[in-house]
Design a protein around this ligand. Structure first.
Ligand SMILES: NC(=O)c1ccc[n+]([C@@H]2O[C@H](COP(=O)([O-])OP(=O)(O)OC[C@H]3O[C@@H](n4cnc5c(N)ncnc54)[C@H](O)[C@@H]3O)[C@@H](O)[C@H]2O)c1
Ligand SMILES: O=c1ccn([C@@H]2O[C@H](COP(=O)(O)OP(=O)(O)O[C@H]3O[C@H](CO)[C@H](O)[C@H](O)[C@H]3O)[C@@H](O)[C@H]2O)c(=O)[nH]1
Length: 327
């Protein structure tokens, strides 16, 4: 298929681009390189540009006859969205609207959209299904939920075939160490802990020890980026084979506490870095774990790398490679 990938130079997009290339798709990446890197694009070509510029998107699509768009480009840091909400509504919501306008004009038939467990907010149930209430508690989650709504409304009117994938906590890296998360000043737990283990940071904080969980720290469902990438390839294949539009959780259905994750990083790295226990971080729900029956039933997706140790090992390996490359 001829596919356009927004944000394909970023962490998750680059892993999907690599798998798309291996599956034989013809790939164009559109990215402003704000947090992405040209070296991360292992297949296809890069067009540098910004989704905030509708004319640039129009030029990009003119005469190309793309058969699908995979839309990763976004801002992604929950606490930053609390401090600077308009930055998130502009890049995540308005720019998705820009993209949908171009999809309409150029009659692109399929879309895969990167959504998030943050659309669920503070769920009453620990294990969350796609039918759980949608009550985001931070602007990041709200900006993504608004995008989901626009996609569904536009699809109902136009016949656009879409797959909305709600990612839980994505972590890990390419098992061969070619690409991985390279975000400067990263805030994600596994990335931060791996930076500590590699001596990039002197230590880290655990935010909140009074949650109603087995050790008082937050529970999250960590999904290996390679398993997540596979879900995108399968979603495209499903739509191309005439499958309908879907909203699908992406997670393993198993939660780990922050302390458990930090312990695994310490154990596998052999580095006992300092950890400070501090107050809760604003906007953090206590527990988020995916019910994943729907993605298994609809796409036939099954994880290949569901052990936390596999995720952490690949993240540690990548961190070492990345720090070596930078120095
Ligand atoms: N990382 C996670 O745990 C996680 C969880 C849930 C959902 N998501 C979603 O997955 C997607 C990818 O996240 P990621 O972790 O790979 O982040 P990332 O920051 O590594 O990648 C985002 C990419 O989009 C590009 N980009 C951003 N704004 C752009 C714009 N206006 N125009 C063109 N390019 C732009 C960046 O340069 C970057 O290459 C995002 O939509 C995010 O909301 C991520
Ligand atoms: O240095 C750190 C970093 C994180 N945490 C804790 O670790 C857990 C996970 O935090 P992350 O920042 O790694 O991830 P979030 O759960 O906040 O959010 C991530 O997963 C969400 C879905 O669950 C969204 O999609 C979002 O884009 C993505 O950043 C949270 O309890 C957080 O408080 C720490 O204690 N110390």
């Amino acid at each position: 298929m001829k596919v356009l990938v927004t944000g394909g130079a970023g962490y998750i997009g680059s892993h999907v681009v690599r798998q798309l290339g291996e599956a034989g798709h013809d790939i164009t990446v559109f990215d402003n390189l704000s947090t992405g890197y040209p070296w991360a694009i292992l297949s296809g070509k890069l067009v540098e540009g910004d989704l905030g510029d509708p004319e640039a998107i129009d030029r990009l699509m003119e005469g190309q006859n793309f058969e699908a768009v995979l839309h990763f480009a976004a801002h992604i840091v929950v606490p930053e969205s609390v401090e600077n909400p308009l930055k998130y509504y502009r890049n995540n919501t308005r720019n998705t609207l820009n993209l949908l306008g171009a999809i309409e004009k150029h009659k692109i038939p399929r879309l895969v959209f990167s959504s998030t467990a943050a659309v669920y907010g503070m769920p009453d149930e620990t294990v969350i299904s796609e039918a759980s209430p949608l009550q985001p508690i931070n602007p990041y989650g709200a900006s993504k939920l608004m995008s989901e709504q626009m996609i569904q409304d536009f699809a109902a009117a136009s016949g656009l075939n879409y797959t909305i994938l709600r990612y839980f906590n994505v972590a890990g890296a390419d098992l061969e160490g070619r690409i991985g998360q390279a975000t400067p000043e990263a805030t994600h737990l596994i990335k931060v802990a791996c930076e500590c283990a590699n001596g990039v940071r002197d230590g880290m904080k655990i935010f909140g020890t009074d949650y109603d969980t087995r050790d008082g720290t937050c529970v999250r469902d960590y999904i290996h980026v390679e398993d997540l990438a596979k879900a995108h390839i399968m979603a495209l294949a499903h739509m191309a084979a005439g499958g309908g539009s879907n909203i699908l959780n992406c997670g393993y259905g198993t939660g780990f506490t922050v302390k458990e994750v930090v312990d695994v990083v310490k154990k596998l790295s052999g580095v006992d870095f300092p950890v400070e226990l501090v107050d809760r971080r604003p906007g953090d729900p206590g527990a988020l774990v995916a019910a994943n029956d729907r993605i298994k039933a609809v796409l036939g997706w099954e994880p290949d790398h569901a052990e936390l140790e596999t995720i952490v090992r690949s993240a540690l390996n990548w961190e070492k490679i990345w720090q070596g490359r930078k120095s």
